[in-house]
Design a protein around this ligand. Structure first.
Ligand code: GLC
Length: 533
């Protein structure tokens, strides 16, 4: 048993790293990243100091949504590798004390999944009840007003039966019917299949979506535009967010707890209210971890972030572990969203994310302050955001990892066309930063090492401290963090205690004296009691 496996809550105070497999490392020169590429990168991840990786979907799929349209839940996508590759990856990661989480997509399957192929073959088919079918409205149109992720009606007419089927994403992603007991049994089998293979847990896609309103009532109009859980002007009150989904997670948690260490369930809980997010922890008997979208969409200001952090800590049930992340394959990268590409700000964002109590989830490239890439129309690969206006295009955050300054950035063989274009990598790449102690990569590594020493296995106590305007100051465990989220310098009252890490001072060390001020976008970590009293 490795060191991690000996700890029941290894994710407390840990760092997870999301790998969008197609974009991380290409081992066979076809322009797509793959599982062998992930294996080749494990030493790097060990060096960086991550405790676990979450792989974006690895299961067979026609790739209308790049694996989020699964056609076989117990297989491996041939474009990414084989089951042997995945087993080897789990074993090699384990040897480096790195846990492997997979992505599980229970809200919908691919329309190519044998369940759906059978279901659409006729009303009396064995798997008909696995999906959500409804007769047309009186005018022949969709059964209700629900909208899909593209803004189109969430229903597709099936010519064979004359009924509509629900698809909250693309028409090639029919929603499963969680009111069908057989669907529960199928997923319990799928969970056990992967847990038995040594998978440490799952990130659960669209966790809020599983159950829909039994009566298919219309979603009401949303009050405020741009709400996190609004869809093109509708609040997803009936098309998602139904209370019955909690029962699924209680069942899955019970299964996860039969393993040692318990398997981890991390929900993509795309909800706007922190109380709704906290509800997915149940009575400490549902998901152990939940993605915090209100933090992701908060502004990068001291006021906004400290407020949502305080609220998060207040609403989570006692003993439950918060999750901090700010980039992913859907929302984009924080060095762009929060920091306008500015590296100083990106380091500050890393510093605060890594010093909050709980689990940190980095997205590949965060550690070198990788930014979004402007993907030109002819090179786009995402059907869901298609030609949506600039900001929402998801391809921008899925471009290849920047390993070095060579033409293909070390992602694939030189001369091979990568599946998405490679961003500017003259300055920001792993090789260029690895040996430079002043680089963002080394700063990130130092942060993760400090985090592991200070917080590993725990959920540190957090208290916000008073600070000047623009400065977010808090005590966390035995550390005090002061972060100046502003472009003006700030005076501090004198932070006592040795300076452990700073976003901008190369010479941080035990000998450094009190910190009396912060430069623009500067953050520091000291050990000790905090501001001089
Ligand atoms: C989640 C995934 C996203 C996918 C969608 C449908 O939001 O993160 O990439 O398109 O679910 O599965």
């Amino acid at each position: 048993m490795n060191a991690r496996a000996a700890r029941p809550h290894w994710w407390h105070g840990a760092t997870l790293y999301q790998i969008y497999v197609r974009s991380w490392r290409d081992s066979d020169g076809d322009g797509y990243g793959d599982l062998r590429g992930v294996i080749a990168g494990l030493d790097y991840l060990r060096w960086l100091g991550v405790d676990g990786i979450w792989l974006s979907p690895t299961m067979p799929s026609p790739d209308h949504d790049w694996g989020y349209d699964v056609s076989d839940y117990t297989g491996v996508h041939p474009g990414l590798g084989t089951m042997e590759d995945l087993d080897l990856l789990v074993a090699e990661a384990g040897r480096r004390d790195i846990a492997v989480l997979l992505d599980l997509v229970p809200n919908h399957t691919s329309s190519a999944h044998p369940w759906f192929v059978d279901a659409r073959s006729g009303r009396g088919s064995a798997h008909r009840g696995y999906y959500i079918w409804a007769d047309p409205a009186a005018d022949g149109g969709p059964p209700n007003n629900w909208l899909s992720a593209t803004g189109a009606p969430a229903w597709t007419l099936d010519d064979t039966s004359g009924q509509y089927y629900l698809r909250s994403f693309l028409s090639t992603q029919p929603d499963l019917n969680w009111r069908e007991p057989a669907v529960h049994a199928e997923f319990e089998r799928i969970l056990r299949f992967w847990f038995d293979r040594g998978i440490a847990g799952f990130r659960i896609d669209v966790a809020q979506g599983l159950y829909k309103d039994a009566a298919l009532r219309d979603d009401p109009p949303v009050a405020a535009a741009g709400r996190i859980d609004g869809r093109f002007g509708l609040a997803q009150v009936y098309s998602a967010n139904r209370p019955e989904s909690h029962g699924v997670f209680r069942d899955w948690r019970a299964i996860a707890e039969t393993y040692s260490p318990p398997r981890l369930l991390l929900g993509e809980t795309w909800v706007g209210e922190l109380a709704s997010m906290a509800a997915f922890h149940g009575d400490c008997d549902e998901l152990q971890l939940t993605f915090n979208f209100p933090v992701i969409f908060a502004g990068f200001t001291a006021g906004a972030l400290s407020g949502v952090v305080a609220e998060t800590l207040a609403v989570l049930p006692a003993g439950e572990c918060p999750v901090w992340t700010a980039s992913n394959h859907d929302v984009g990268r924080f060095p762009t969203r929060w920091c306008e590409g500015d590296e100083a700000r990106a380091r500050l964002a890393l510093l605060v994310l890594a010093t909050l109590p709980g689990t940190l989830v980095l997205y590949y490239g965060d550690e070198i302050a990788m930014t979004d890439v402007d993907v030109p129309a002819g090179s786009r690969r995402d059907e869901i955001t298609g030609d949506a206006p600039g900001g929402r295009l998801r391809d921008r955050a899925r471009t290849p990892m920047l390993w070095d300054a060579s033409p293909a950035a070390g992602f694939t063989a030189d001369g091979v066309r990568p599946w998405l274009p490679i961003g500017d990598h003259a300055e920001r790449n792993v090789a260029g930063q690895r040996d430079d102690p002043a680089s963002t990569l080394r700063f990130c590594r130092d942060l993760l090492a400090l985090r592991r020493t200070e917080f590993g296995g725990t959920i540190a106590a957090y208290t916000q401290l008073p600070g000047p305007p623009g400065v977010w100051m808090y005590r966390v465990g035995d550390l005090v963090v002061a972060a100046n989220l502003a472009s003006d310098p700030a005076c501090l009252d004198g932070l006592e205690g040795p300076l452990l890490l700073s976003t901008s001072r190369a010479a941080a060390g035990p000998e450094a004296g009190p910190v009396t001020g912060l430069g623009p976008w500067e953050g520091v970590i000291v050990r000790g009691s905090g501001p001089a009293r």
